[in-house]
Design a protein. Structure first.
Length: 225
C-alpha cells in the first residue's frame, strides 16, 4: 500500500504583487536610493507604495533572506556590506568570471561572439551617457551573453544570485567618473582577446578588471576601478 504524502496544502500567495514590491525596493537599495542604514518604516512604505502591510511584509522577509535588509534595534534597516563581505564578493566574482572567459574562448561559436559584441556596443553607449543605472543593466546583459557563449549557465546562476550585492558595489565603483573610461577599455580589451581565442590573456584581463573594480568599490585604491 502506497504511503500517503504529508506535505500539506499549498498556501496561496499574492506572488505577482510581492515580486513587484520586492523588485522596486531591491532596485532602490542597489542604486543607493535607499542607502545602508536607512530605516524601512512599514506605515510610510505602505502609504508610498499604496500596498497592504501584509504584502509589504512578505517582500521585506524576501529581502531579509537575500541579506539586503536586516532587523536592527530600531526595526528593519537597509543592511550595510562590510569590507570583508565585499572582498569575498569580488573574490567569488573574479573566480567565476575568469572561468567563464576561458570557457567562452574555447566554446563560443560565431553567433555567440556576435551577441557579445552587440552587448558591448550597448554597454559602451551607456558609458558615453555616464548613466550608471543604464550601465548596470547593460553590464548584466554583457555577462549573460558571456555565460551563454561559454555554455556555463551554472556560472550565470551564481552570478545572478550575487547580483544584488554586486550591483550595489558596482554602483559605488562606477559612480566615480574616472572609473568609466578605464572600465569600458578593460572590457574592450577582454573582447579583443576573446575574438583571438586567447583564453590566457582573457583570463588575465578579467581578473584585472574585477580587481580594479574592487579597489574602487571598497576604497583600497584611488580612482582605480
Amino acid at each position: 500500500m502506497d504511503k500517503a504524502l504529508v506535505l500539506g496544502p499549498v498556501q496561496q500567495e499574492s506572488a505577482p504583487l510581492r515580486r513587484k514590491i520586492s523588485s522596486l525596493l531591491r532596485q532602490a537599495i542597489e542604486t543607493q536610493m535607499l542607502p545602508a542604514g536607512t530605516r524601512l518604516i512599514e506605515k510610510n512604505l505602505c502609504q508610498e507604495l499604496n500596498v497592504s502591510r501584509t504584502a509589504l511584509r512578505e517582500s521585506l522577509r524576501e529581502l531579509e533572506a537575500e541579506g539586503l535588509i536586516t532587523n536592527g534595534a530600531k526595526g528593519m534597516v537597509v543592511a550595510a556590506i562590510s569590507a570583508e563581505e565585499a572582498i569575498n564578493v569580488y573574490a567569488v566574482r573574479g573566480a567565476l568570471e575568469a572561468l567563464v572567459v576561458e570557457q567562452f574562448a574555447e566554446r563560443a561559436d560565431d553567433a555567440a561572439m556576435k551577441a557579445l559584441e552587440v552587448s558591448v556596443d550597448i554597454l559602451a553607449k551607456s558609458y558615453e551617457q555616464q548613466d550608471v543605472k543604464k550601465i548596470v543593466v547593460a553590464k548584466a546583459e554583457f555577462y549573460e551573453a558571456l555565460c551563454n557563449g561559454a555554455s556555463n549557465l551554472i556560472a550565470l546562476e551564481l552570478l545572478t544570485r550575487l547580483n544584488s550585492r554586486i550591483t550595489r558595489l558596482r554602483f559605488a565603483s562606477l559612480s566615480k567618473s574616472s572609473r568609466l573610461p578605464t572600465s569600458i577599455s578593460e572590457i574592450r580589451d577582454l573582447v579583443a582577446a576573446l575574438k583571438q581565442r586567447n583564453a590566457g590573456e582573457a583570463r588575465a584581463i578579467a581578473l584585472r578588471h574585477v580587481s580594479n573594480a574592487a579597489k574602487a568599490a571598497i576604497g583600497n585604491g584611488k580612482d582605480q576601478a
